[in-house]
Design a binder for this molecule. Structure first.
Ligand code: PLP
Length: 268
């Protein structure tokens, strides 16, 4: 992979858009923790990432395993990589070999959780953070487990089972929270009205799951998941991150807003 530097013009452009997005994130923040901005760099050159890194950006998101491996090798080792692409259990080994992979945001199966736990080196500095992906919009084309509501039989749900297995049987993984993409339609609504049914569903799912985990596992396991016993939420992208933050998001994933349009050679 080329690690050539960005041009002076490109570097200035990136610095400006990064700083603009950062101040918009600060202004819209309303969650329990200071929000994390993940700069989504898929299809963008390592030189673009290097510019953002020089301006203090440490969290970057990638969708494709091979692209992530190449960038992680070429770029500074204190970058916190977030995998946000479609995840298959046969990719667990490759992902687990990246020492500074910080979070996988798209886990949705017990099989993959176990494969990751097995593949991660035992001398890893810290457990791998995991967000479970929820298909809040119920669209067939989107990955993730179905959301929970207060009326759901939580104990029987795949989400509860996955969360419980991660906490009790996967010491190399740390369940941190939930992630969703949501429908484009809701995103458009949210940018006008700050009302997004998919964001609301993710929050409700978090609350229901959190209560069920507390009831099932008790206080002694509270420190083994979430941030101070609270599951964090990853929701909001370039078009709707402000609405997501106002709705209580802790992690926003912004690509286009920082790096500009992508060539849409692959569906993302
Ligand atoms: C590509 C991608 C993003 C970033 O999308 P933008 O609209 O460019 O900000 C965020 N989340 C996921 C899961 C993605 O695949």
């Amino acid at each position: 992979m080329s690690t050539m530097s960005a041009s002076v013009e490109r570097a200035a452009e990136l610095a400006e858009s990064l700083s603009e997005i950062r101040s918009r994130v600060q202004k819209a923040a309303s969650g329990s923790f200071p929000p994390t901005l993940v700069a989504v760099s898929k299809f963008k050159p390592a030189s673009d990432i290097a510019v953002c890194y020089e301006h203090g950006q440490l969290d970057f998101g990638e969708n494709y395993v091979q692209e992530l491996i190449e960038k992680a090798e070429a770029l500074p080792k204190d970058i916190r990589w977030h995998f946000i692409g479609t995840l298959q259990s046969n990719k667990a080994k490759s992902l687990a070999s990246i020492p500074n992979l910080h979070t996988i945001q798209t886990l949705s199966s017990i099989k993959t959780a176990k494969a990751l736990n097995k593949a991660l080196p035992s001398d890893r500095a810290a457990p791998l953070n995991i967000l479970i992906q929820i298909n809040t919009s119920g669209e067939e084309a989107k990955s993730g487990l179905p959301p929970l509501a207060s009326s759901t039989d939580v104990a029987a749900s795949e989400l509860f089972q996955l969360a419980k297995i991660m906490i009790t049987e996967c010491p190399k993984l740390r369940l941190q929270g939930l992630m969703t993409i949501g429908s484009l339609e809701q995103s458009l609504t949210a940018s006008e009205t700050d009302q997004n049914a998919d964001f609301d569903r993710l929050k409700e799912t978090r609350d229901v799951l959190q209560n069920a985990l507390r009831a099932e596992l008790g206080d002694s396991d509270q420190m083994k998941w979430g941030q101070d016993g609270i599951l964090v939420l990853s929701m909001g992208m370039s078009s709707d991150f402000e609405a997501a933050l106002k709705a209580g998001s802790d992690i926003v994933r912004v690509g286009t807003g920082i790096f500009g349009e992508r060539l849409k050679k692959m569906a993302a």
